[in-house]
Design a protein around this ligand. Structure first.
Ligand code: NAD
Length: 493
């Protein structure tokens, strides 16, 4: 079914501002083409690229075709590309020029017949001028909406400036803030797992869960993003958004439904319940690291400062002991970590349950563990205790066995081809075109997350806490291990 046809009789238009940029090429054009292939795009949908670059139609079509072939070429069916290319056009406009709004207006045509979704895939410094141009040219009226990308600021104050400038043109219900983790299949599966099964929810609390670990490990260094990254670091770039969104989905109370407000009201309560970390607790609750010389992905790495060519106080690794001050989670810490140049690429949530209250098996009964893997493969594993098979003279022995919910393995066992692994942006673009913002981040979520993160940054500044160097290709700085050692726990490496 077409996502927009049932909502409005207006013709849908997707305006990709920054259509020649890196995000558009790697993610957005391929996502749009795949949505088209699977019949999710309205027959009438037009896609207009807007960017500074002067491109004639032939060069533009080549750029988009290369982007699609490069990312999803092997999944393309006959006819998809040709059909998709008929929808697209490019207009060259510079956002620093007042002609931007009138230029786009001329390209769009009669606005009263259109429902326009603007995707601002440009630097956040352009959000304000672009929203002003849209408002001045009358392109922001209902039902038109806007999608914006991270980073929404580098602290609470700057995020408010960005949010205010967007709010000037689009009200909150028409503002779609992307955290692409929310478009990932396994992240959505977390909601299904928690609230579609009765067996977990009664145990999903501090009485049964010892602690939770959330890891986003990258093998790559900062590469070409050094200029941007040096201003942000791991805490602002990854933890403030992606990891805290995973904390919200793991920790939130059951929402009353799947509506955007029901979900986001519960998420924001989690963020507001995070116990502040400040100068007094920053040493016991956080670890900062920066990769030094070593090896990553089989290649020699010179180290972050050597790559930058000057000293830097930016962390490429951060670990935090987060505590949620509410009835469900008091006493159960969430250990969060993310870093670059680590030995393996993995994103996972590990729920460590407590031991049984009285073990009749001596030390053999290990506590249950639920590991939800998001990357590189999507998999859910529940470790259960099982009787080791066979006879022994001294009686029963236990062994830990995994109950695995690997979708790939299930399809493999049935001799079926698993469904294509979708780009997270496919889900998000589809939802935005349909006006559903449940999987987008609300303003109060962004600001509550920044408020908590600002406390950590201020604590680092006040105490002069510098990143500790770790060898590229290892699991991070020693202080990250001490963080858990202190509590008698260890990372699930
Ligand atoms: P980019 O620099 O590769 O592309 C920027 C685009 O903006 C280009 O199309 C360029 O023509 C256009 N542009 C720049 N200045 C302009 C001006 N004055 N007038 C009109 N157009 C102008 O950027 P990107 O990496 O694609 O990132 C886009 C957005 O997505 C940013 O907000 C970024 O923070 C965010 N983001 C990107 C990635 C990624 O992987 N690239 C990941 C997460 C978030």
């Amino acid at each position: 079914m077409s996502p927009t046809s049932s909502r409005s009789s207006r013709r849908p238009v997707f305006v990709l501002v920054g259509g020649t940029g890196d995000l558009a090429v790697r993610m957005l054009w391929p996502s749009l083409a795949m949505l088209d292939q699977d019949g999710f795009l309205d027959d009438q949908l037009r896609v207009i690229s807007v960017a500074r670059q002067q491109l004639d139609h032939k060069a533009f079509v080549k750029m988009v075709s290369d982007a699609i072939n490069g990312r999803v070429g092997k999944d393309l069916e006959a006819g998809t590309l040709e059909r998709f290319l008929k929808r697209i056009s490019h207009v060259s406009l510079d956002a620093s020029n007042d002609q931007w709004g009138p230029g786009l207006k001329a390209e769009l045509g009669d606005l009263s017949q259109l429902e326009v979704t603007y995707f601002l895939s440009v630097s956040p410094s352009l959000f304000k001028p672009i929203c002003e141009h849209l408002a001045a040219a009358g392109l922001n009226a209902e039902p038109n909406r806007v999608i914006i990308e991270k980073p929404i600021g580098r602290d609470l104050a700057s995020s408010k400036v960005i949010n205010d400038s967007v709010a000037h043109a689009f009200d909150e219900t028409r503002t779609f803030r992307i955290d692409h983790y929310l478009g990932k299949e396994t992240v959505q599966n977390l909601i299904a797992l928690r609230f579609g099964n009765i067996i977990f929810e009664p145990l999903w609390n501090a009485q049964a869960i010892d602690h939770i670990q959330i890891t986003v490990a990258e093998t790559v260094g900062v590469g070409e993003r050094l200029g941007y990254y040096d201003e942000y670091g791991a805490l602002r770039d990854m933890l403030q958004n992606h990891l805290l969104q995973l904390v919200c989905l793991t920790a939130m109370e059951p929402p009353s439904g799947l509506s955007s407000d029901a979900l986001r009201n519960e998420k924001v309560k989690v963020l507001k319940s995070l116990k502040p970390i400040d100068a007094a607790t920053v040493h016991s609750h956080t670890a900062r690291g920066q990769y030094g010389p070593g090896f990553a992905e089989g290649e020699k790495v010179a180290g972050y400062e050597a790559e930058k060519g000057s000293p830097s106080n930016t962390e490429t690794y951060v670990a935090v002991k987060a505590e949620i001050a509410n009835w469900r989670w008091a006493g159960t810490p969430f250990y969060l970590r993310t870093g670059k140049c680590l030995p393996s690429r993995a994103t996972e949530i590990m729920i460590q349950f407590k031991p049984v209250p009285h073990s009749i098996f001596g030390g053999e009964a290990q506590p249950n563990r639920l590991v939800i893997r998001l990357q590189p493969d999507e998999d859910i594993k529940l470790t259960l205790m099982n009787k080791a098979p066979g006879l022994t003279a001294e009686g029963m022995h236990l062994q830990a066995l995994d109950l695995s919910l690997s979708l790939a393995a299930v399809f493999d066992a049935n001799g079926e081809k698993p469904p294509r692994r979708r780009i997270a942006y496919e889900r998000l673009i589809l939802d935005a075109l349909g006006g559903n913002n449940a999987q987008f981040v609300r303003r109060d979520e962004v600001e509550a997350a920044w408020e908590w993160v600002d406390g950590i940054i201020e604590g680092w500044q006040k105490t002069g806490m510098k990143p500790q160097i770790y060898q590229a290709g290892t699991f991070g700085p020693l202080s990250a291990y001490t963080l858990l050692d202190r509590d008698g726990r260890s990372w699930n490496d």
